[in-house]
Ligand binder design. Structure first.
Ligand code: SF4
Length: 358
C-alpha cells in the first residue's frame, strides 16, 4: 500500500480553471511549524514503514511562493531523503515565483541539489486565454520571463497543454509562441472532480470532434511528445453510460469500482497542522492535528484506512446508490465530451446526485 503525505506550506498565486485540487491564494505555514510537522510525520512514517507501507512526501500547491522555501527544501531533503524524491520528475510551477523572486537563482540551486532537472508549466491558449485561465494579470509575460530564466539556468521545460475548446482554437499560435522554450510537451484532458472550479470548466471541455481537429493540427506541425491523454481522451460520457448499463457485474457498486483503483492512500496536512484523509484540496475527513495527536495514535487511525484514490477521496461510498441508478438519472446517453478516465465521468454523475440531495 502506498501513502502520499501532501503538506501545504503555501497557497498559489493563481486560480487555474483546470485545477482539480482547488488551488488558490492561501496561508503560509511558518518555518517553525513546518519543522514541527516534519518531527511528527517522520515518527509516524517510521511506524508505517515498519508495516511495509511505501511512503512519499509532497509539497502541494505552489511551494516556491514560501518565503523560506530554500530552507524548507534543504531541511526536507536532509531529514526525509528517502520519502522526498524528485529524481527524474519535473517540478510543477506556474513560473510566477521564478519570475518575481529576487532569490530565484538560489531557489534553482537548491532544487538542483535535490536532483530536480526540469520544470513543468501548463498552457491553456493564447495570452488572453492564459490570463483568463489562471486569473493573473500579464501572466503570459511573467511566464516568458520565467522560462527564459529556467533555460538560462540549464533546466529542461515540460509543457502541459491543457485541452479545452479554447486551447484547440489557439493551438498553432500557442505553440509558435512557446516552442523555443519547450523540450517536451504533454497533452492533458482535465480531470473531473467535484469542485466548483471544475464544474465551471465543463463548458470548456473538448468534444471527440475537437480532439480529431487537434490530432490533425499536431500531425501538420509534426510535433513529438506524450500523446497518451489524446488516446485516453476518447472516453466520453456516452461510452461510460453504455458500459454501466451493459456490464452490470463490473459496475455493480462504487465500492467495487474503487477497489479497481491503485492501492493508494492520500493524506493532507494544512497550515495549523490539521491532518486529513484526502488528497490535496479535499478536506472532508479530518484525522486529527499534529500538535494535539501523538504519532502512535495517528498511526493506529491510518492503519485502519482504505485507499482513497478516487471516490473515497470525496464520499462515504457505502452511502452511494448503485452506479446504474446514478447513470440512469444523471448520465447523458449522447454526451460526446472527452474525459481523462471512466471514473471522472462517474464522479460527474455522483456530483449531480449529491448536489440534488443536499
Ligand atoms: S493548477 Fe496548480 S498552480 Fe494552478 S491553482 Fe491548481 S495547484 Fe495552484
Amino acid at each position: 500500500m502506498k501513502i502520499t503525505f501532501s503538506i501545504r506550506i503555501s497557497g498559489c498565486a493563481t486560480k487555474c480553471w483546470h485545477c482539480y485540487v482547488n488551488g488558490g491564494p492561501g496561508r503560509i505555514m511558518k518555518y517553525n511549524e513546518y519543522k514541527k510537522c516534519l518531527n511528527v510525520i517522520s515518527e509516524l512514517i517510521s511506524y508505517l514503514e515498519n508495516e511495509d507501507y511505501n511512503i512519499d512526501l509532497f509539497l502541494d500547491y505552489e511551494p516556491l511562493l514560501h518565503p523560506d522555501i530554500i530552507k524548507i527544501i534543504n531541511l526536507t531533503a536532509y531529514r526525509m531523503e528517502k520519502n522526498y524524491n524528485f529524481k527524474n520528475m519535473p517540478w510543477s510551477t506556474t513560473g510566477i515565483p521564478i519570475s518575481k523572486r529576487n532569490d530565484y537563482k538560489e531557489i534553482m540551486k537548491s532544487l538542483k541539489n535535490i536532483d530536480v532537472n526540469s520544470f513543468m508549466i501548463s498552457f491553456h491558449g493564447s495570452a488572453k486565454t492564459q490570463i483568463e485561465a489562471l486569473k493573473y494579470n500579464n501572466v503570459d509575460e511573467v511566464q516568458i520571463d520565467a522560462m527564459e530564466k529556467i533555460k538560462e539556468a540549464g533546466f529542461g521545460l515540460v509543457a502541459n497543454f491543457i485541452i479545452s475548446q479554447s486551447f484547440i482554437k489557439d493551438f498553432q499560435s500557442v505553440y509558435k509562441r512557446y516552442q523555443k522554450f519547450i523540450d517536451t510537451q504533454r497533452f492533458i484532458v482535465p480531470l473531473f472532480v467535484p469542485t466548483t472550479r471544475l464544474r465551471k470548466f465543463e463548458k470548456q471541455r473538448a468534444t471527440v470532434n475537437d480532439l480529431i481537429e487537434l490530432n490533425n493540427l499536431i500531425k501538420k506541425i509534426g510535433l513529438k511528445g506524450d500523446y497518451d491523454m489524446l488516446d485516453k481522451g476518447k472516453i466520453t460520457e456516452k461510452k461510460v453510460y453504455n458500459n454501466v448499463r451493459e456490464k452490470s457485474d463490473i459496475y455493480s457498486s462504487f465500492e467495487k469500482i474503487e477497489n479497481r483503483q491503485p492501492d493508494w492512500i492520500f493524506i493532507s496536512i494544512l497550515p495549523g497542522l490539521d491532518i486529513y484523509y484526502g488528497n490535496t484540496g479535499s478536506e472532508n475527513f479530518k484525522l486529527g492535528n499534529l500538535y494535539n495527536d501523538k504519532p502512535a495514535e495517528l498511526y493506529k487511525k491510518i492503519k485502519k484506512l482504505k485507499s482513497n484514490y478516487c471516490f473515497r477521496n470525496y464520499y462515504r461510498i457505502d452511502k452511494l446508490p448503485k452506479p446504474s441508478l446514478v447513470a440512469k438519472k444523471y448520465g447523458d446517453p449522447k454526451g460526446n465530451k472527452v474525459y481523462a478516465s471512466e471514473e471522472d465521468v462517474l464522479l460527474k454523475w455522483v456530483d449531480k446526485f449529491v448536489q440534488a440531495i443536499v
